[in-house]
Design a protein around this ligand. Structure first.
Ligand SMILES: Cc1ncc(COP(=O)(O)O)c(C=O)c1O
Length: 458
């Protein structure tokens, strides 16, 4: 049994939340056409939709907002952020953006400019990254280790790149690979980390074939924590040292600061190559803003700098991983099928296994998401055939797994909230055979899960 340790902070300000009445929840989900993205936040008790930008800032971060320098050009807040990021990463060229996908727009728009039909090879590109790769007429190629798809295989680094497949690909196709990336941790694959050993091998191959190697560092401090805890030889090293070892292997990084920098909005790119970074700045001015603010206010830069400095101290990250582990392990002990081991930012329930009577084309994870809302006012997110399934002629092609993601916002919920989530799932488990599937009544051509309308089947 994983022990839940007290958080390394106490509460100074609160935001009231309320469990709406059963009648209101029934009404609200109907009004939302059974799509939880359409629910108003006021109708939600515990919101586990995402960990992106939903965390609580610290007192020092809030104080940082007040000293934000709002000068258009060369504000001192930029130089503070630059010095923090350089100190953490070793990279000297720092480019702020308003969030992760803005960094992707700047970076991939430049890297892929003259390389249509090339490959962006990754352990597993996140969906906004995939969007930018395709938008630039290139192709994502994911080579995450096979074990990443096996929910019960408890390996420490299920976010690793499959080195054998990478080597084989590069032997025959290296001239068609425009960039290699590692997403740390692997959001699309359950928040699983990669090891330094794996990063070293990726880096060696990238250097052997002179292909740029970038890290998607959105949750890189969580990844560094997993390396410290799980990889031989790292127990005694602090997170900053581990981050340096990771970034020394890469040519650069980009990040959505809405995760490990503990801010509600922000992003950045960091690298060493001055010429390369000047090209990125040209695009930054076009799409985001002047190079020293990049689509953010001076106060946002300050909050990001403070958030990163605090996160790398490690105790807040350790508590967060402990929370996720507690939730995942309790669900596992209670016989609810979950992806193992616990990743960094969410628990993933295998709804396909939990509700075997609902076929993939009736969206078992969505059915569970609706039930979790109806019974507990809890919003979660389907990561299954509603998100990734599609029709090929008459044939329905399901997602590889029917997952329900319970994503944990940073520093927001307490142990009692987790107990409530577990109790609600246990009460659902008792009558789970009665849960019915859903059909889509209206959908958009792209990314249908955000806006589609659904109907319960009789
Ligand atoms: C791994 C990863 N990369 C990129 C992004 C995109 O970042 P943003 O939502 O800030 O645009 C996300 C967001 O969830 C992410 O998890």
């Amino acid at each position: 049994m994983v022990k839940y340790f007290p958080p390394p902070y106490r509460i100074k300000m609160i935001e009231p939340i309320k469990l709406p009445s059963v009648e209101r929840r029934n009404q609200a989900i109907k009004e939302a056409n059974y799509n939880l993205f359409n629910l108003n936040s006021e109708d939600i008790f515990i919101d586990l939709l995402t960990d992106s930008g939903t965390g609580a800032m610290s007192d020092k971060q809030w104080a940082s907002l007040m000293v934000g320098d709002e000068s258009y050009a060369n504000a001192k807040s930029f130089y503070r952020l630059k010095s923090v990021v350089t100190d953490l990463t070793g990279f000297s060229e720092i480019i702020p953006t308003h969030q992760g996908r803005a960094a992707e727009n700047i970076l991939f728009g430049y890297i892929l400019k003259d390389k249509p039909h090339s490959f962006v090879v990754s352990n597993q590109s996140f969906d906004t990254t995939v969007g930018h790769i395709l938008y630039n007429k290139a192709y994502p190629k994911d080579l995450v280790v096979q074990e990443s798809k096996e929910i019960d295989t408890t390996l420490p680094f299920k976010g690793n790149m499959d080195i054998k497949r990478l080597r084989e690909l590069l032997e025959t196709e290296h001239q068609n690979v425009s960039v290699i990336t590692m997403v740390l941790t692997n959001n699309a694959g359950g928040g699983q980390p990669a090891s330094i050993e794996n990063l070293r091998e990726v880096s060696m191959l990238a250097r052997q074939y002179s292909i740029p190697f970038f890290i998607d560092a959105s949750r890189v401090i969580e990844n560094a924590y997993f390396i410290q805890q799980r990889e031989n030889g790292f127990r005694e090293k602090n997170l900053k040292t581990i981050l340096h070892e990771m970034f020394d292997l890469a040519d650069g990084m980009w990040m959505s600061a809405k995760k490990d920098a503990y801010v509600n909005i922000g992003g950045l790119i960091a690298l060493n190559n001055k010429t390369f970074s000047d090209h990125l700045r040209d695009r930054l001015i076009l799409f985001e803003g002047f190079p020293t603010y990049g689509g953010l206010a001076g106060r946002d830069l300050e909050a990001m700098a403070t958030g990163l400095s605090e996160a790398v101290e490690g105790d807040v990250i350790a508590h967060r991983i402990n929370q996720v582990e507690f939730l995942v392990n309790r669900l596992h002990e209670e016989g609810i099928p979950v992806v193992l081991p616990a990743g960094g930012h969410a628990a993933f329930i295998d709804a396909g296994k939990f509700l075997p009577h609902i076929p993939p084309n009736q969206f078992p994870a969505q059915a569970l998401a609706v039930e979790l809302y109806l019974q507990g006012g809890i919003r979660s997110v389907e990561i299954g055939s509603l998100m990734f399934g599609h029709q090929e002629g008459d044939r329905f092609i399901p997602a590889p797994l029917e997952l329900l993601r319970l994503t944990i916002p940073r520093r927001v919920y307490e142990k009692a909230h987790f107990e409530f989530i577990i109790d609600t799932l246990l009460s659902i488990k008792k009558e789970k055979d009665k849960i019915k599937g859903y059909e889509i009544t209206e959908e958009s051509e792209l990314l249908r899960h955000f806006t589609c309308k659904l109907r319960p089947l009789d």
